[in-house]
Write a new protein. Structure first.
Length: 252
């Protein structure tokens, strides 16, 4: 997805900067507001974000003059942080009709963009492509900005998550068709590891463990599914899985 010399802005899980394959830098931001401000500008990279929009997002409870000062100070600290790592990023101030800021990523790439481009080129998994398929899907390290509780990122977070899950399920079905149950199980366990609240992988594992004859693990996955479904209040799906489980118990 990238070459060793290309600097990368990482957005899976948390913001980091990869200056080479060996160097990944986590940032110690001056304040949580500065971190969210940078994340928001990164989310809207290449576009002007109006000053009033930033103030409303981060300092809505503050008087306008004080909020503007906080914004200006946070921008200064972000610029200093980026400069200390010698990152090829620039926060430009716009003097257009409405004042605002724009993050210019220049030669740096953004991992989620590169990942999405690679995923969209995959097609269906087959014997010739399955290794590349796995390589691309394993580059998904967790939800987009998943370590931060930013509601404004939720739509994009869910979009990347759905895209990954769609292809992980394709990969699982491929291994099932090939009779490689061990690999299909590994795919679904990887989903559980990164997205513990994702319920469908539990049901997939129930059916896969049934094929391996491991009754205890079927029971374990069913209990996990029930817990997640109760929390998410998806009664209809719970009913479908419960019906499968009852049939399985009778036939076992």
């Amino acid at each position: 997805m990238d070459d060793a010399s290309t600097p990368i802005i990482c957005c899976f899980k948390e913001i980091r900067f990869k200056l080479s394959r060996q160097q990944v830098h986590s940032i110690k931001w001056r304040t949580s507001k500065a971190r969210e401000l940078f994340a928001y500008l990164l989310h809207h990279r290449g576009r002007i974000v109006y000053r009033d929009q930033l103030i409303e997002l981060l300092w809505a409870d503050m008087e306008e003059d004080k909020a503007a000062k906080q914004l200006h100070t946070s921008i200064y600290h972000i610029r200093q942080t980026l400069k200390s790592l010698e990152l090829n990023l620039r926060i430009a101030y716009s003097w257009a009709k409405v004042p605002g800021y724009k993050l210019e990523t220049k030669a740096m790439k953004v991992d989620v963009e590169e990942w999405e481009r690679a995923v969209n080129s995959l097609g269906k998994p087959c014997s010739q492509s399955v290794a590349a398929y796995e390589h691309v899907l394993h580059a998904f390290e967790g939800d987009y900005l998943g370590s931060y509780d930013y509601q404004w990122a939720e739509q994009e977070r869910q979009r990347y998550r759905r895209l990954w899950l769609l292809h992980m399920r394709e990969l699982s079905r491929y291994y099932e068709r090939e009779g490689n149950i061990r690999k299909a199980i590994a795919v679904n366990q990887h989903v559980q590891q990164l997205l513990p609240d994702e319920c469908e992988s539990c049901f997939s594992l129930m059916k896969l463990f049934h094929q391996t004859g491991d009754r205890e693990l079927v029971e374990e996955q069913y209990e996990q599914f029930r817990s997640q479904m109760n929390a998410n209040q998806k009664a209809e799906r719970m009913s479908d899985v419960a019906a499968w489980y009852e049939r399985w118990k009778k036939c076992d």
